[in-house]
Write a protein that binds this ligand. Structure first.
Ligand code: ZN
Ligand code: FE
Length: 253
């Protein structure tokens, strides 16, 4: 499986996914059609599928135009079928769907929106997390509540540690600054921050990350850690309460 990030709008990523054995091509979360079309033209590829993690404009904006040109099939969550433009293939939580020769497991991960899903390519160990899990961050809670987002992140935490994380936005640098503010003794985080700085000064992408790196350095995945609880003066509090606190702090960061 070949994955090419396509920068869209100001800080979005759409991802072209290509299964060379079946020659099936897809795009994940096309914010806009233009950059996708130019890539496909350049590489002489068709487009079979459009995969949407959620209904926000910056993830579905290119659906209709791409569908018209390529007759691609739009894949989206059952609960969001009324607001994913052009939806053809309706998927449910825990369902498997086939992309070429790959098996894709669907997980419903509400919180950012109520119908948010992620696409986990089982054998390749690749997950597209949209606006739920970012590198060193997590999405804002727009439609769901903290508990839903917390549970959704915990689902992702259970994937294999060497899973590659492809998220919807290049927010990593700003996220790193936030993590550093509250978890500054974390050596893994410091290392990752240095790596991110080097990439961003050259305007290079920080994506993919890996689940292992995120578990070690993403503050939103570390709300069960004693060091973090101590730092926030929340030593005896539940993990969910710590998560709420961290999410609120980030909202005003
Ligand atoms: Zn969104
Ligand atoms: Fe977004």
């Amino acid at each position: 499986m070949l994955i090419t990030p396509i920068p869209c709008l100001t800080d979005n990523y759409a991802y072209i996914i290509y299964d060379s054995s079946s020659k099936i091509t897809g795009v994940v979360d096309p914010s806009e059609a233009k950059p996708i079309i130019s890539f496909l033209k350049r590489e002489k590829l068709k487009l079979n599928y459009i995969l949407n993690t959620h209904h926000h404009f910056d993830h579905i904006g290119g659906n209709i135009e791409l569908k018209k040109i390529y007759n691609a099939k739009v894949v989206g969550f059952k609960g969001d079928k009324h607001r994913i433009p052009g939806i053809d293939i309706i998927v449910k939580d825990n369902e498997s769907w086939n992309f070429g020769n790959s098996t894709v497991k669907i997980f419903h991960i509400p919180g950012h929106t109520l119908g948010h899903i992620c696409f986990f390519f089982e054998k390749e160990k690749i997950v597209f997390t949209g606006d739920t899990l970012f590198s060193l961050g997590c999405g804002r809670i727009f439609e769901g509540d903290h508990k839903q987002m917390f549970d959704s992140l915990n689902k992702i935490k259970k994937l294999p540690k060497n899973t590659k994380i492809y998220c919807g936005h290049e927010y990593t640098y700003k996220n790193a600054e936030f993590c550093m503010k509250y978890d500054d003794n974390n050596i893994q985080l410091k290392k990752k921050f240095e790596k991110i700085k080097k990439l961003r000064v050259q305007n290079l992408s920080t994506i993919p990350s890996s689940l292992e790196e995120e578990l070690n350095s993403n503050i939103f995945l570390r709300c069960d850690k004693r060091e973090l609880k101590a730092k926030l003066n929340m030593k005896n509090q539940e993990d969910l309460e710590v998560f709420k606190k961290v999410r609120d702090l980030k909202d005003s960061f």
